[in-house]
Design a binder for this molecule. Structure first.
Ligand code: GTP
Length: 387
Protein backbone atom coordinates (compact mmCIF):
# COMPACT_ATOMS: atom_id res chain seq x y z
CA UNK A 1 0.00 0.00 0.00
CA UNK A 2 1.53 3.34 -0.96
CA UNK A 3 2.30 5.57 1.96
CA UNK A 4 -0.18 8.43 2.42
CA UNK A 5 1.04 11.77 1.12
CA UNK A 6 0.56 14.60 3.55
CA UNK A 7 1.19 17.96 2.02
CA UNK A 8 1.56 19.83 5.26
CA UNK A 9 1.84 18.20 8.65
CA UNK A 10 -0.11 20.76 10.63
CA UNK A 11 -2.87 19.72 13.00
CA UNK A 12 -6.33 20.11 11.71
CA UNK A 13 -8.37 21.30 14.62
CA UNK A 14 -8.34 18.44 17.02
CA UNK A 15 -10.16 19.86 19.94
CA UNK A 16 -13.76 20.73 20.60
CA UNK A 17 -14.08 23.57 23.02
CA UNK A 18 -16.47 22.35 25.63
CA UNK A 19 -18.05 24.37 28.35
CA UNK A 20 -19.63 21.71 30.47
CA UNK A 21 -21.69 22.78 33.41
CA UNK A 22 -24.92 21.97 35.09
CA UNK A 23 -26.28 25.42 35.76
CA UNK A 24 -28.59 27.42 33.54
CA UNK A 25 -26.02 30.01 32.52
CA UNK A 26 -23.42 28.25 30.47
CA UNK A 27 -19.86 29.36 30.71
CA UNK A 28 -18.40 29.59 27.24
CA UNK A 29 -14.67 29.60 26.87
CA UNK A 30 -13.29 32.51 24.93
CA UNK A 31 -13.11 31.45 21.32
CA UNK A 32 -12.42 33.24 18.08
CA UNK A 33 -15.25 32.49 15.76
CA UNK A 34 -15.02 32.33 12.04
CA UNK A 35 -17.51 34.36 10.09
CA UNK A 36 -18.99 31.08 8.90
CA UNK A 37 -19.53 29.98 12.46
CA UNK A 38 -20.98 33.29 13.46
CA UNK A 39 -23.30 33.36 10.49
CA UNK A 40 -24.65 29.92 11.25
CA UNK A 41 -25.20 30.78 14.87
CA UNK A 42 -26.92 33.99 13.90
CA UNK A 43 -29.08 32.28 11.34
CA UNK A 44 -30.06 29.54 13.70
CA UNK A 45 -31.04 32.02 16.35
CA UNK A 46 -33.16 33.76 13.75
CA UNK A 47 -34.98 30.53 12.95
CA UNK A 48 -35.77 29.65 16.56
CA UNK A 49 -39.53 29.23 16.59
CA UNK A 50 -41.56 31.86 18.34
CA UNK A 51 -43.02 30.79 21.62
CA UNK A 52 -46.70 31.17 22.31
CA UNK A 53 -47.66 32.78 25.58
CA UNK A 54 -49.12 29.53 26.97
CA UNK A 55 -45.70 27.93 27.04
CA UNK A 56 -44.23 30.52 29.30
CA UNK A 57 -44.61 30.25 33.00
CA UNK A 58 -42.31 33.23 33.42
CA UNK A 59 -41.25 36.03 31.15
CA UNK A 60 -38.27 35.42 28.93
CA UNK A 61 -36.03 38.39 28.50
CA UNK A 62 -35.00 39.34 25.01
CA UNK A 63 -31.37 38.92 26.03
CA UNK A 64 -32.03 35.33 26.98
CA UNK A 65 -33.67 34.66 23.62
CA UNK A 66 -30.80 36.29 21.80
CA UNK A 67 -28.18 34.31 23.71
CA UNK A 68 -29.96 31.03 23.08
CA UNK A 69 -28.07 28.48 21.00
CA UNK A 70 -29.82 25.63 19.23
CA UNK A 71 -30.29 22.93 21.76
CA UNK A 72 -30.33 19.17 21.43
CA UNK A 73 -32.21 17.50 24.26
CA UNK A 74 -31.29 13.91 25.07
CA UNK A 75 -34.27 12.35 26.78
CA UNK A 76 -35.53 8.88 27.59
CA UNK A 77 -35.88 6.48 30.50
CA UNK A 78 -33.09 5.75 32.99
CA UNK A 79 -30.15 3.74 31.71
CA UNK A 80 -31.34 3.98 28.13
CA UNK A 81 -27.91 5.25 27.06
CA UNK A 82 -28.24 9.06 26.84
CA UNK A 83 -25.03 9.98 28.67
CA UNK A 84 -23.15 7.28 26.79
CA UNK A 85 -24.23 8.74 23.45
CA UNK A 86 -23.20 12.27 24.48
CA UNK A 87 -19.87 11.05 25.85
CA UNK A 88 -18.98 8.91 22.85
CA UNK A 89 -19.99 11.43 20.19
CA UNK A 90 -18.92 14.70 21.78
CA UNK A 91 -16.19 13.68 24.23
CA UNK A 92 -14.52 10.82 22.36
CA UNK A 93 -15.11 8.41 25.21
CA UNK A 94 -14.34 4.82 24.20
CA UNK A 95 -17.67 2.92 24.19
CA UNK A 96 -16.49 0.34 26.75
CA UNK A 97 -15.87 3.07 29.31
CA UNK A 98 -19.54 4.03 29.32
CA UNK A 99 -20.10 0.93 31.45
CA UNK A 100 -18.74 2.96 34.35
CA UNK A 101 -20.91 6.06 33.81
CA UNK A 102 -23.02 6.91 36.79
CA UNK A 103 -26.69 7.70 36.53
CA UNK A 104 -27.32 11.37 35.73
CA UNK A 105 -28.96 13.23 38.60
CA UNK A 106 -29.18 16.77 37.19
CA UNK A 107 -29.59 18.08 33.68
CA UNK A 108 -26.09 18.02 32.15
CA UNK A 109 -25.62 21.01 29.89
CA UNK A 110 -22.82 20.85 27.43
CA UNK A 111 -21.90 23.80 25.26
CA UNK A 112 -20.33 22.71 22.00
CA UNK A 113 -18.29 25.26 20.07
CA UNK A 114 -17.57 23.98 16.65
CA UNK A 115 -18.51 24.93 13.09
CA UNK A 116 -21.68 26.10 14.79
CA UNK A 117 -22.38 26.59 18.45
CA UNK A 118 -25.00 24.42 20.02
CA UNK A 119 -25.86 22.84 23.34
CA UNK A 120 -26.48 19.26 24.31
CA UNK A 121 -28.66 18.76 27.38
CA UNK A 122 -28.59 15.30 28.89
CA UNK A 123 -31.70 14.72 31.02
CA UNK A 124 -31.81 12.35 33.99
CA UNK A 125 -34.20 9.54 33.08
CA UNK A 126 -36.28 10.07 36.19
CA UNK A 127 -36.86 13.83 35.75
CA UNK A 128 -40.57 14.74 35.52
CA UNK A 129 -40.09 17.71 33.24
CA UNK A 130 -43.77 17.85 32.26
CA UNK A 131 -44.84 18.72 35.80
CA UNK A 132 -46.04 22.30 36.29
CA UNK A 133 -43.00 23.12 38.42
CA UNK A 134 -40.86 23.01 35.26
CA UNK A 135 -40.86 25.89 32.83
CA UNK A 136 -41.46 24.44 29.36
CA UNK A 137 -39.92 27.49 27.76
CA UNK A 138 -36.70 26.97 29.69
CA UNK A 139 -36.48 23.43 28.42
CA UNK A 140 -37.98 23.49 24.95
CA UNK A 141 -37.40 27.12 23.93
CA UNK A 142 -34.69 27.49 21.27
CA UNK A 143 -34.89 23.78 20.72
CA UNK A 144 -33.01 22.33 17.79
CA UNK A 145 -34.15 18.76 18.26
CA UNK A 146 -35.54 16.43 20.85
CA UNK A 147 -33.59 13.17 20.75
CA UNK A 148 -35.51 10.42 22.50
CA UNK A 149 -33.43 7.37 23.38
CA UNK A 150 -35.19 4.00 23.70
CA UNK A 151 -33.30 1.00 25.05
CA UNK A 152 -34.16 -1.67 22.46
CA UNK A 153 -32.77 -4.40 24.71
CA UNK A 154 -35.27 -3.58 27.43
CA UNK A 155 -39.05 -3.44 27.69
CA UNK A 156 -39.81 -0.26 25.77
CA UNK A 157 -43.55 0.21 26.38
CA UNK A 158 -43.05 2.74 29.19
CA UNK A 159 -40.57 4.67 27.12
CA UNK A 160 -42.95 4.82 24.15
CA UNK A 161 -45.80 5.98 26.39
CA UNK A 162 -43.65 8.69 27.95
CA UNK A 163 -42.40 9.86 24.58
CA UNK A 164 -45.95 10.16 23.29
CA UNK A 165 -46.99 12.16 26.35
CA UNK A 166 -44.03 14.46 25.78
CA UNK A 167 -44.78 14.91 22.08
CA UNK A 168 -48.45 15.66 22.71
CA UNK A 169 -47.64 18.25 25.36
CA UNK A 170 -44.76 19.93 23.62
CA UNK A 171 -46.16 20.10 20.09
CA UNK A 172 -49.02 22.35 21.28
CA UNK A 173 -46.50 25.09 21.98
CA UNK A 174 -43.68 24.22 19.62
CA UNK A 175 -45.33 22.67 16.57
CA UNK A 176 -42.20 22.75 14.42
CA UNK A 177 -40.19 20.65 16.83
CA UNK A 178 -37.94 17.91 15.39
CA UNK A 179 -38.40 14.63 17.21
CA UNK A 180 -35.65 12.11 16.65
CA UNK A 181 -36.07 8.66 18.13
CA UNK A 182 -32.91 6.62 18.66
CA UNK A 183 -33.83 2.96 18.95
CA UNK A 184 -30.65 2.30 20.85
CA UNK A 185 -28.36 -0.56 21.93
CA UNK A 186 -29.26 -2.55 18.82
CA UNK A 187 -25.79 -4.13 18.86
CA UNK A 188 -27.22 -6.81 21.13
CA UNK A 189 -30.06 -7.76 18.75
CA UNK A 190 -30.15 -10.15 15.83
CA UNK A 191 -30.95 -8.63 12.43
CA UNK A 192 -34.42 -10.08 12.43
CA UNK A 193 -35.24 -9.00 15.96
CA UNK A 194 -33.82 -5.56 15.22
CA UNK A 195 -36.20 -5.08 12.28
CA UNK A 196 -39.17 -6.35 14.28
CA UNK A 197 -38.36 -4.05 17.18
CA UNK A 198 -37.98 -1.09 14.85
CA UNK A 199 -41.31 -1.73 13.17
CA UNK A 200 -43.09 -2.33 16.44
CA UNK A 201 -41.82 0.90 18.00
CA UNK A 202 -42.65 2.98 14.91
CA UNK A 203 -46.12 1.44 14.76
CA UNK A 204 -46.87 2.01 18.43
CA UNK A 205 -45.75 5.62 18.39
CA UNK A 206 -47.63 6.56 15.24
CA UNK A 207 -50.79 4.67 16.29
CA UNK A 208 -50.90 6.26 19.72
CA UNK A 209 -50.28 9.73 18.32
CA UNK A 210 -52.96 9.25 15.64
CA UNK A 211 -55.41 8.03 18.30
CA UNK A 212 -54.71 11.23 20.19
CA UNK A 213 -55.50 13.22 17.03
CA UNK A 214 -51.93 13.99 15.99
CA UNK A 215 -51.52 12.67 12.46
CA UNK A 216 -48.21 12.69 10.57
CA UNK A 217 -46.14 13.74 13.55
CA UNK A 218 -42.63 14.83 12.53
CA UNK A 219 -40.91 11.87 14.18
CA UNK A 220 -37.80 10.26 12.66
CA UNK A 221 -36.34 6.94 13.68
CA UNK A 222 -32.78 5.61 13.76
CA UNK A 223 -31.27 2.31 14.84
CA UNK A 224 -28.24 3.18 16.93
CA UNK A 225 -25.45 1.75 18.99
CA UNK A 226 -22.34 3.30 20.50
CA UNK A 227 -20.38 0.23 19.46
CA UNK A 228 -20.46 1.08 15.76
CA UNK A 229 -20.84 4.12 13.53
CA UNK A 230 -24.62 4.16 13.61
CA UNK A 231 -24.83 6.72 16.41
CA UNK A 232 -22.54 9.10 14.49
CA UNK A 233 -24.59 8.62 11.35
CA UNK A 234 -27.80 9.30 13.29
CA UNK A 235 -26.36 12.40 14.96
CA UNK A 236 -25.17 13.61 11.57
CA UNK A 237 -28.74 13.50 10.29
CA UNK A 238 -30.01 15.28 13.40
CA UNK A 239 -27.43 18.07 13.15
CA UNK A 240 -27.95 18.46 9.40
CA UNK A 241 -31.53 19.50 10.04
CA UNK A 242 -30.20 22.48 11.99
CA UNK A 243 -28.12 23.73 9.08
CA UNK A 244 -30.06 26.35 7.16
CA UNK A 245 -27.98 26.08 3.98
CA UNK A 246 -27.90 22.32 3.78
CA UNK A 247 -29.34 22.04 0.27
CA UNK A 248 -26.84 24.59 -1.05
CA UNK A 249 -24.01 22.64 0.55
CA UNK A 250 -25.31 19.39 -0.94
CA UNK A 251 -25.55 20.97 -4.39
CA UNK A 252 -21.99 22.23 -4.10
CA UNK A 253 -20.74 18.81 -3.02
CA UNK A 254 -22.67 17.15 -5.87
CA UNK A 255 -21.09 19.51 -8.38
CA UNK A 256 -17.64 18.93 -6.93
CA UNK A 257 -18.17 15.17 -6.94
CA UNK A 258 -19.37 15.13 -10.55
CA UNK A 259 -16.45 17.23 -11.74
CA UNK A 260 -13.81 15.23 -9.92
CA UNK A 261 -15.28 11.74 -10.31
CA UNK A 262 -15.78 11.25 -6.56
CA UNK A 263 -17.87 8.27 -5.62
CA UNK A 264 -18.90 9.70 -2.28
CA UNK A 265 -17.97 12.89 -0.44
CA UNK A 266 -18.52 13.91 3.16
CA UNK A 267 -18.04 17.27 4.82
CA UNK A 268 -17.00 16.32 8.33
CA UNK A 269 -16.84 18.14 11.60
CA UNK A 270 -13.34 16.99 12.51
CA UNK A 271 -13.59 16.22 16.16
CA UNK A 272 -17.02 14.69 16.55
CA UNK A 273 -16.78 13.11 13.08
CA UNK A 274 -20.37 13.99 12.49
CA UNK A 275 -20.79 14.79 8.81
CA UNK A 276 -22.65 18.01 8.30
CA UNK A 277 -23.32 17.44 4.60
CA UNK A 278 -22.61 14.92 1.87
CA UNK A 279 -23.49 14.44 -1.78
CA UNK A 280 -26.98 13.17 -2.39
CA UNK A 281 -25.96 9.70 -3.60
CA UNK A 282 -27.25 6.83 -1.45
CA UNK A 283 -25.74 6.49 2.01
CA UNK A 284 -22.82 4.08 2.05
CA UNK A 285 -21.88 3.12 5.60
CA UNK A 286 -18.65 1.42 4.54
CA UNK A 287 -17.49 4.63 2.82
CA UNK A 288 -18.49 6.70 5.82
CA UNK A 289 -16.54 4.45 8.18
CA UNK A 290 -13.48 4.53 5.95
CA UNK A 291 -13.54 8.33 5.68
CA UNK A 292 -14.14 8.72 9.38
CA UNK A 293 -11.20 6.43 10.22
CA UNK A 294 -8.98 8.31 7.81
CA UNK A 295 -9.59 11.53 9.74
CA UNK A 296 -8.24 9.77 12.85
CA UNK A 297 -5.11 8.74 10.97
CA UNK A 298 -4.44 12.26 9.74
CA UNK A 299 -5.19 13.86 13.09
CA UNK A 300 -2.81 11.44 14.82
CA UNK A 301 -0.02 12.01 12.31
CA UNK A 302 -0.54 15.76 12.44
CA UNK A 303 -0.44 15.78 16.22
CA UNK A 304 2.77 13.76 16.22
CA UNK A 305 4.67 15.85 13.71
CA UNK A 306 3.20 19.33 13.64
CA UNK A 307 4.92 20.87 16.63
CA UNK A 308 7.13 23.85 15.90
CA UNK A 309 10.62 22.48 15.46
CA UNK A 310 13.29 25.17 15.98
CA UNK A 311 15.55 23.68 13.30
CA UNK A 312 12.82 23.14 10.74
CA UNK A 313 13.12 25.42 7.76
CA UNK A 314 10.08 26.00 5.54
CA UNK A 315 10.74 24.89 1.99
CA UNK A 316 8.97 27.62 0.08
CA UNK A 317 5.41 28.75 0.59
CA UNK A 318 3.29 26.43 2.65
CA UNK A 319 -0.35 25.79 1.89
CA UNK A 320 -2.63 26.71 4.72
CA UNK A 321 -4.71 23.58 4.96
CA UNK A 322 -3.85 19.99 5.69
CA UNK A 323 -4.30 17.77 2.68
CA UNK A 324 -3.72 14.10 2.20
CA UNK A 325 -4.62 11.08 0.12
CA UNK A 326 -4.07 7.37 0.33
CA UNK A 327 -4.60 4.56 -2.19
CA UNK A 328 -5.82 1.33 -0.63
CA UNK A 329 -5.12 -2.26 -1.72
CA UNK A 330 -8.29 -2.37 -3.83
CA UNK A 331 -7.19 0.82 -5.66
CA UNK A 332 -9.73 2.95 -3.80
CA UNK A 333 -8.37 6.42 -3.14
CA UNK A 334 -9.37 8.50 -0.13
CA UNK A 335 -8.75 12.20 -0.41
CA UNK A 336 -8.91 14.57 2.55
CA UNK A 337 -8.69 18.33 2.59
CA UNK A 338 -9.07 20.62 5.56
CA UNK A 339 -11.64 23.32 4.81
CA UNK A 340 -11.36 25.52 7.88
CA UNK A 341 -10.71 25.30 11.60
CA UNK A 342 -13.54 22.83 12.12
CA UNK A 343 -14.43 21.16 8.86
CA UNK A 344 -12.72 18.85 6.44
CA UNK A 345 -13.81 17.31 3.18
CA UNK A 346 -13.19 13.59 2.65
CA UNK A 347 -13.90 11.90 -0.66
CA UNK A 348 -13.72 8.36 -1.97
CA UNK A 349 -12.52 7.89 -5.55
CA UNK A 350 -12.70 4.56 -7.36
CA UNK A 351 -12.60 5.70 -10.97
CA UNK A 352 -9.02 5.15 -12.19
CA UNK A 353 -9.07 8.12 -14.60
CA UNK A 354 -10.18 10.49 -11.87
CA UNK A 355 -7.40 9.34 -9.57
CA UNK A 356 -4.83 10.50 -12.08
CA UNK A 357 -6.15 14.05 -12.07
CA UNK A 358 -4.93 15.15 -8.69
CA UNK A 359 -4.26 18.70 -9.85
CA UNK A 360 -7.86 19.02 -10.92
CA UNK A 361 -9.06 17.56 -7.63
CA UNK A 362 -6.96 20.04 -5.65
CA UNK A 363 -8.13 22.97 -7.70
CA UNK A 364 -11.79 21.98 -7.46
CA UNK A 365 -11.55 21.36 -3.72
CA UNK A 366 -10.10 24.83 -3.25
CA UNK A 367 -12.92 26.33 -5.28
CA UNK A 368 -15.32 24.38 -3.10
CA UNK A 369 -13.58 25.72 -0.01
CA UNK A 370 -14.11 29.30 -1.21
CA UNK A 371 -17.72 28.55 -2.03
CA UNK A 372 -18.25 26.96 1.38
CA UNK A 373 -17.02 30.04 3.19
CA UNK A 374 -19.02 32.16 0.79
CA UNK A 375 -22.26 30.31 1.50
CA UNK A 376 -21.91 30.96 5.17
CA UNK A 377 -20.62 34.48 4.98
CA UNK A 378 -23.26 35.51 2.48
CA UNK A 379 -26.06 34.52 4.81
CA UNK A 380 -24.22 36.35 7.54
CA UNK A 381 -24.17 39.51 5.44
CA UNK A 382 -27.85 39.15 4.62
CA UNK A 383 -28.68 38.79 8.28
CA UNK A 384 -26.59 41.83 9.09
CA UNK A 385 -28.49 43.89 6.55
CA UNK A 386 -31.90 42.80 7.73
CA UNK A 387 -31.20 43.73 11.37
N1 GTP B 1 -24.95 -2.70 24.50
C1 GTP B 1 -25.01 -1.38 24.58
N2 GTP B 1 -24.97 -0.77 25.79
C2 GTP B 1 -25.03 0.58 25.81
C3 GTP B 1 -25.14 1.36 24.63
N3 GTP B 1 -25.20 2.67 24.98
C4 GTP B 1 -25.13 2.68 26.33
N4 GTP B 1 -25.02 1.45 26.83
C5 GTP B 1 -24.90 1.06 28.26
O1 GTP B 1 -26.10 1.44 28.92
C6 GTP B 1 -25.81 1.74 30.28
C7 GTP B 1 -26.50 3.02 30.69
O2 GTP B 1 -25.97 4.06 29.96
P1 GTP B 1 -26.10 5.60 30.41
O3 GTP B 1 -25.52 6.38 29.30
O4 GTP B 1 -25.56 5.82 31.75
O5 GTP B 1 -27.68 5.78 30.43
P2 GTP B 1 -28.50 7.10 30.72
O6 GTP B 1 -29.68 7.07 29.83
O7 GTP B 1 -27.65 8.31 30.65
O8 GTP B 1 -28.98 6.84 32.22
P3 GTP B 1 -29.49 7.89 33.32
O9 GTP B 1 -28.38 8.85 33.55
O10 GTP B 1 -29.78 7.04 34.52
O11 GTP B 1 -30.73 8.54 32.80
C8 GTP B 1 -24.28 1.81 30.39
O12 GTP B 1 -23.84 0.64 31.03
C9 GTP B 1 -23.80 1.82 28.96
O13 GTP B 1 -22.55 1.17 28.75
C10 GTP B 1 -25.17 0.67 23.37
O14 GTP B 1 -25.25 1.25 22.28
N5 GTP B 1 -25.11 -0.70 23.41
Amino acid sequence: MPFPTISRPRPINTRFEHGSDASVSLSSPVTHKTSAQLSLEHLLQGTTPGVPAQAKSGSVSSTKARDAKPRLLLMGLRRSGKSSIASVVFHKMPPNETLFLESTTRIQKDSIHSFMDFQVWDFPGQLEYLEPSFDLEDIFGSLGALVWVIDAQDDYLDSVARLNRTILTVQQYYPGINIEVFIHKVDGLSDEYRTDTFQDIVQRISDELSDAGYENAPVHYYLTSIYDYSVFEAFSKVIQKLIPNLSTLENLINTLGNNCGFEKTYLFDVLSKIYIASDTRPVDMACYEMCSDYIDVIVDISELYSWDHPDRKPKGDQIQEAESHVVLHDETMIHLMEMNKYLCLVSVIRNSESKEKRGLIDMNCRTFQDALNDVFSRSWEQDEQST
